[in-house]
Design a protein around this ligand. Structure first.
Ligand SMILES: NC(=O)c1ccc[n+]([C@@H]2O[C@H](COP(=O)([O-])OP(=O)(O)OC[C@H]3O[C@@H](n4cnc5c(N)ncnc54)[C@H](OP(=O)(O)O)[C@@H]3O)[C@@H](O)[C@H]2O)c1
Length: 380
């Protein structure tokens, strides 16, 4: 495993971090984590040198923290940095936040959280942080040793707001979404470099765009990969693009299978900073342009939008909507939706609770209306 240095303490952090948002689960119910397999995967990663694990209050309906806590028994806790996040969107009063932290410590069954983040910072949650003076609260908890380092995960609009947040507090670290498709989205590469210029190390989330960069590859993309002399998997290229930036501290991947854990350990044991050639960077840039051209809605299937009050599987439907365009397969998608998907998109009541939680800020109610019109019409 490759390691990078956490500047505040000089400690080594593995270049691959284990994101516990997409643990193996049975069927459509993300709360039903396959515990034995998840624990086997997490421990295997740690045995192979991964020393950074990332969870959040909301992942797997609260079960991610619990399963991670179990995985870290038997001497594993001492081997890792545990990252967890305060669910700012749920905080409705100053008193509530410390209770949430207590609950997280209980769920993880640990005395402290190493890396504690304000979760999903954007304009609205940032106002909550300021109104309830949550950073003062976090400093108090740090003084008590309940958390070690304070950071935030960013899903706000663009670079200027990211800079405002970076400049507002002496952060120990921050976390941004970065992959070759999102080089200029939210904080983007410029945000990465800005944070680093202030001495703030950056943790990367969604390096494979939630797996979208490794799903079935459209032909127009495959032709670019085939054009590079070195043969690598799409996941390999995507990770190497991120690892190429020396400003990156660790790259989180939400691995769902043991094989993915194995592959990603291999990739991030080999990937180095500033290692891509100019030609490779140029081709990855073309792949990014093509994906951005092909993809109508930039969903990463993070499931933050769920649960839906009328039980629509929103990420699944947006994935199908995208697939219809990417693979020009509207008829096929319509057949699947009409025969196998319940509730269908027309069940959407446009309450927009999901839109408030979506880190990509997608117009989900409009997408459901569009999908209903595209796919549910009987004369297809
Ligand atoms: N703070 C925040 O606001 C926030 C938001 C998002 C994520 N996060 C954190 O960041 C972590 C990383 O984000 P992410 O889960 O979106 O990471 P990601 O690496 O972009 O996506 C993970 C998905 O990619 C696919 N994948 C992984 N390795 C693969 C491989 N070798 N080959 C083919 N496909 C592969 C899998 O999809 P399939 O299962 O479809 O195969 C997996 O579920 C999360 O787990 C979470 O801990 C935080």
């Amino acid at each position: 495993m490759n390691y990078r240095i956490f500047p505040k303490t000089g400690e080594k952090v593995s270049l691959l971090g284990f994101g516990c948002m997409r643990l193996p689960a049975s069927g459509d119910d993300s709360e039903k984590i396959d515990e034995a397999e998840a624990i086997r995967m997490i421990r295997h990663a740690i045995d192979k040198g991964v020393n950074y694990v990332d969870t959040a209050y909301v992942y797997h309906g609260g079960k991610s923290e619990v399963v991670l806590g179990k995985a870290l028994k038997d001497g594993y806790r001492e081997k890792v940095f545990v990252a967890d996040k305060l669910p700012v969107l749920s905080v409705k009063s100053r008193e509530e936040a410390p209770k949430l932290l207590d609950e997280q410590l209980r769920r993880l069954d640990t005395s402290h959280i190493d890396m504690y983040l304000l979760h999903n910072v954007f304009k609205k949650t940032w106002e909550t942080v300021k109104t309830f003076k949550l950073l003062d609260m976090l400093e108090e908890k740090r003084a008590l040793g309940l958390i070690k380092h304070i950071g935030f995960s960013y899903h706000g609009d663009g670079l200027p707001f990211f800079k405002e947040v970076i400049d507002a507090f002496p952060w120990d670290f921050c976390q941004i979404q970065l992959n070759y498709m999102d080089a200029e989205f939210q904080a983007g590469v410029k945000g990465l470099k800005y944070a680093a210029s202030k001495g703030i190390p950056v943790v990367i989330m969604e390096p494979l765009k939630g797996g979208k960069l490794t799903d079935a590859i459209p032909q127009s993309i495959q032709k670019y990969w085939d054009g590079i002399d070195v043969k690598r998997s799409p996941a390999d290229w995507a990770f190497r693009w991120v690892a190429d930036f020396p400003e990156v501290l660790t790259i989180l991947s939400g691995m769902s299978t043991f094989a993915q854990v194995e592959e990603n350990i291999g990739i991030l044991s080999a990937a180095d900073a500033n290692a891509l050639t100019d030609e490779e960077r140029a081709i990855i840039g073309k792949v990014a342009d093509e994906y951005n051209k092909l993809t109508p809605y930039s969903c990463t299937a993070c499931k933050y939008c769920l649960p839906c009050p009328v039980k629509i599987n929103i990420p699944n439907l947006i994935g199908m909507r995208n697939e219809a365009t990417i693979f020009e397969s509207t008829e096929k998608v319509a057949f699947s939706i009409r025969n196998f998907v319940r509730p269908m998109p027309s069940a959407c009541v446009a309450c927009k609770q999901c839109e408030e939680k979506c880190p990509q800020h997608l117009p989900i109610a409009d997408i459901m209306a569009e999908s209903a019109a595209m796919f549910e019409c009987n004369n297809r």
